[in-house]
Design a protein around this ligand. Structure first.
Ligand code: PLP
Length: 396
């Protein structure tokens, strides 16, 4: 056996945390790290949020799991609340983002099938996308590095360049069922899709009988300052996958659908053992209680502006290290001129956690509950890291 008993699939940082408090993670030696990774946009309310701790422990004392053979009141309640606050009429709960995407892709194919178009099963996706690590979602993401060595790519995904409407038009064939897009690409490097592009995709779907699927696994649930990122564009999808933030650290995902889009999802055609179990639903409802409370999302917007403006200032000060600050809400990216892994390591030296992304970006995804003081603290650490990486003499 080599080294550890774990699969070697992750290149982990040499850090192990024992406790979390709000925006802070504390290791075994008591060192405190400012967490602007938030479990990759998962710990939406930070660590050990009292409302989540009490929702989970209270439910744990009553009932953990019954399976979807029975009614689960917490599940109906969370679904009704997601429906009341989105374009959707129906929800299917999962345990992860990839499963939510699988459900969305299957729902789109079934929609076409029951609409008399069994030949329509293909989904158009975009370069730089990330939709998960199942066989279908690596095919949807289309990235060679995730597909290599896993046998034939799952059939039915056609990829076009990011935001290229002409390429989408050309890619639509009589076999196309749906278009799938992240309104803001996360892993791809915090790349926002312009509202006009989303509008044109909506038109193309309507003109061609296709379903529009949004992947809001990373950008949804308040991260951009609205409950869902698509609200900024005014364009509603037919299907949407969410996960990450809705569980605040407990594994929860969901596929949201209009009645029409979900019309093929009849008893027995899809299922899950764990999805939507009482523990997950107790936490999901508690997350929504906080995120939907009056003023919460306005605060996210206000704090996001503070962080983004501060980042722009650091970028101006160290143009040889940072090219630009990009993104929306608390889904921000620093496009680096040095290697992004160096920037991430520099921040770690400052006891601050971040996440790398494509396009040489370092992502800053603090809990939505981050305070002004913590934002100022973070900016100080980013400035110090940038200053150490800066080589003005070499830039001249
Ligand atoms: N979609 C997007 C946009 C993501 O960012 C991710 C995860 O990073 C996924 C899907 C997959 O989610 P999961 O890892 O929970 O399967």
């Amino acid at each position: 056996m080599s080294g550890s008993a774990l699969y070697e699939t992750f290149s982990r940082a040499p850090l192990a945390f024992e406790r979390g408090e709000g925006c802070w993670l504390i290791d075994g030696k008591g060192e405190r790290y400012l967490d602007f990774a938030a479990g990759i946009a998962v710990n939406s309310l930070g660590h050990s949020h009292p409302a989540l701790v009490s929702a989970l422990t209270e439910q744990a004392g009553k009932l953990w799991h019954v399976s979807n053979l029975y009614e689960i009141p917490g599940q109906s309640r969370l679904a009704e609340r997601l429906v009341a606050n989105s374009f959707a009429d129906k929800v299917f709960f999962t345990n992860s983002g990839a499963e939510a995407l699988e459900c969305a892709i299957k729902t789109a194919r079934r929609y076409q099938y029951v609409s008399g178009h069994p030949e329509r099963f293909r989904t158009i996706t975009f370069e730089g996308a990330f939709h998960g690590r199942t066989l279908a979602t690596i095919a949807a993401g289309g990235q060679a590095k995730y597909l290599e060595g896993f046998g034939p790519k799952v059939e039915g995904f056609d990829q076009v360049p990011f935001g290229d409407i002409e390429a989408v038009e050309k890619a639509i064939t009589p076999e196309t069922a749906a278009i799938l897009i992240e309104p803001v690409q996360g892993e791809g490097g915090i790349r926002e899709v312009p509202a006009q592009t989303l509008r044109r995709l909506r038109e193309l779907c309507d003109e061609n009988g296709l379903l529009l699927i949004f992947d809001e696994v990373q950008c949804g649930v308040g991260r951009t300052g609205k409950l869902f990122a698509y609200e900024w564009s005014g364009v509603a999808p037919d299907l949407m996958a969410i996960a990450k933030g809705i569980g605040g650290g407990f594994p929860v995902g969901a596929c949201l659908a209009t009645d029409e889009a979900a019309k093929g999802m009849t008893p027995g055609v899809h299922g899950t053992t764990f999805g939507g179990n009482p523990l997950a639903m107790a936490v999901g409802n508690a997350v929504l209680d906080v995120v939907l409370a009056d003023g919460f999302l306005d605060e996210v917007k206000r704090k996001a502006l503070l962080l983004k403006q501060g980042l722009a200032g650091v970028a101006d000060e160290f143009p040889d290290v940072i090219e630009e600050a990009r993104g929306t809400g608390l889904l921000l990216g620093v496009k680096c001129r040095v290697q992004n892994t160096k920037m991430q390591a520099g921040l770690r030296d400052e006891k601050m956690l971040s996440v790398t992304a494509g396009d040489n970006v370092v992502r800053l995804l603090p809990p939505l509950t981050v305070s002004d003081e913590e934002i100022r603290d973070a900016l100080g650490r980013i400035r110090d890291a940038a200053s150490r990486l800066s080589t003005p003499a070499a830039a001249e």
